[in-house]
Design a binder for this molecule. Structure first.
Ligand code: AMP
Length: 195
């Protein structure tokens, strides 16, 4: 049976210092499984990435991992994934993850997470895709980034509509439901557009 949705999640290859991050990563994994969805992620077993994938698999969910061959050892590729794709490089990883996703979500993480999140956001504003993009602001982790982005709007380097392309939320369940329902609406619209 095909999954109800595919959610691509970017998050830290480290666990972070506060237990709230690990807890959120595990909840995301379990929520995807409980709602018969599929997790698409970077395929590693380290940090939040590994915890989220393990939680999803343990709860009976489907997990698609995509990892560049150079990182198979460094990021400890997750051999328990339902599908593990070992690709040539980072560009192929990001492209395949984006293709397999109905929606994107960033959890707390480091520069890899930031880069992936900003890329799918900028692709959205350029019209390369129309998939929803979310930012989970657990424990106020992204408060200072959001404040900086608000100042970029104030200083005239960004538009409000660009900001509105990202949903940032501290309530995990509300954000997940909203992303999945928007992804569903976008795909229904595409099907209608064909007629
Ligand atoms: P981090 O948030 O830095 O812990 O990294 C999270 C994930 O992002 C890891 O799987 C990294 O391999 C990945 N990553 C690091 N750099 C990049 C990049 N330039 N593009 C895409 N992913 C990256």
């Amino acid at each position: 049976m095909s999954p109800a949705f595919s959610l691509c999640v970017y998050c830290g290859s480290r666990p972070g210092l506060e237990p709230a991050y690990a807890q959120a990563a595990r909840l995301v994994g379990r929520w995807i499984a409980a709602n018969r969805g599929q997790l698409v992620y970077g395929g590693g077993h380290n940090g939040l990435m590994g915890m989220m994938a393990d939680a999803c698999l343990e709860a009976g969910g489907r997990v698609v991992g995509v990892i560049p061959k150079a990182l198979v050892e460094k990021e400890w590729a997750h051999t328990g994934c339902s599908e593990l794709h070992v690709v040539e490089n980072m560009h192929e990883r990001k492209q395949l993850m984006a293709e397999r996703a109905d929606a994107f979500l960033a959890l707390p993480g480091g520069i890899g997470t930031f880069e992936e999140f900003f890329e799918v956001w900028t692709w959205r504003q350029l019209g390369y895709h129309d998939k929803p993009v979310g930012l989970l602001n657990i424990n106020g982790y992204y408060d200072s980034l959001l404040a900086f982005l608000a100042s970029a709007v104030k200083q005239g380097f960004m538009s409000r509509w660009q900001m509105e392309l990202v949903q940032s939320e501290s309530d995990l369940e509300r954000l997940l439901k909203s992303l999945i329902s928007q992804a569903g609406m976008a795909s229904e619209k595409k099907q209608l557009d064909r007629f």
